[in-house]
Design a protein around this ligand. Structure first.
Ligand SMILES: Cc1cc2nc3c(=O)[nH]c(=O)nc-3n(C[C@H](O)[C@H](O)[C@H](O)COP(=O)(O)O)c2cc1C
Length: 193
């Protein structure tokens, strides 16, 4: 049986991002469940805003190529994202848009996404924990061929939810994050068996 490969990324670029913290917990649980997990910080990819003139002139920027190659080589994604104005963040949508582009005529459409599975997480200081944004993230991923797991996990009052070491204060929330991270790894392991 081959080891499931997962790429984990957050929809926030912020250094102290609550979603990056939540993602790290999910990634750790997926690793403990047997997956190989690569965490990507979208800020480090330095993606320009998608512009078809850039694409026409010089193809995908280096960061987009790297991100897309990682997604293509993976079996699934862990994504933790805040909602901005009740929807997907621009950073996350921009990364998806770049990675959705073919680099040659013989490349299958949406090669980075079709047939992959994903688990979604969100954290926000508000009461809804980013829940409304995940509705849009789920719809977008579904439309480009990603099987998004029905379960998802949100952390409300995120500014009060984490210990200084990045762990979640609430044991039930910590268990849910762990269960969903491990759940994606287990789901992929079954598909690869
Ligand atoms: C442009 C913008 C719009 C936002 N809109 C919402 C929102 O609709 N709902 C919400 O719960 N929080 C909203 N927030 C607050 C974010 O959830 C908060 O900044 C959060 O900490 C961002 O996630 P991060 O900690 O992973 O960076 C918004 C923040 C920004 C910058």
């Amino acid at each position: 049986m081959s080891q499931p490969k997962i790429v984990a990324f957050a929809g926030s670029l912020r250094t102290g991002s609550f979603n990056k913290k939540l993602l790290a917990l999910a990634a750790e649980a997926a690793r403990a469940a047997g997956a190989e997990v690569t965490v990507v910080d979208l800020r480090e990819l330095a993606l320009p805003l998608f512009d078809q003139d850039i694409e026409d002139a010089s193809g995908l920027p280096e960061g987009a190529k790297k991100f897309k190659a990682l997604l293509r080589a993976s079996d699934g994604f862990l994504i933790a994202s805040p909602e901005y104005n009740s929807s997907i963040t621009a950073a996350l949508k921009n990364a998806i848009d770049w990675a959705s582009r073919a680099e040659s005529d013989d490349e299958p459409p949406l090669a980075a996404f079709r047939g992959k599975a994903a688990a979604l997480f969100a954290a926000s200081p508000g009461a809804l924990g980013g829940l409304r944004g995940l509705v849009h993230v789920r719809a977008i991923l579904g439309n480009i061929g990603v099987n998004v797991l029905p379960d998802q996990m949100t952390v409300s009052k995120a500014h009060e939810a984490f210990n200084p070491d990045g762990s979640l204060k609430d044991e039930k929330s910590a268990a849910r994050a762990k269960k969903l991270g491990a759940g994606l790894a287990q789901h992929l392991a079954k598909l690869l068996a």
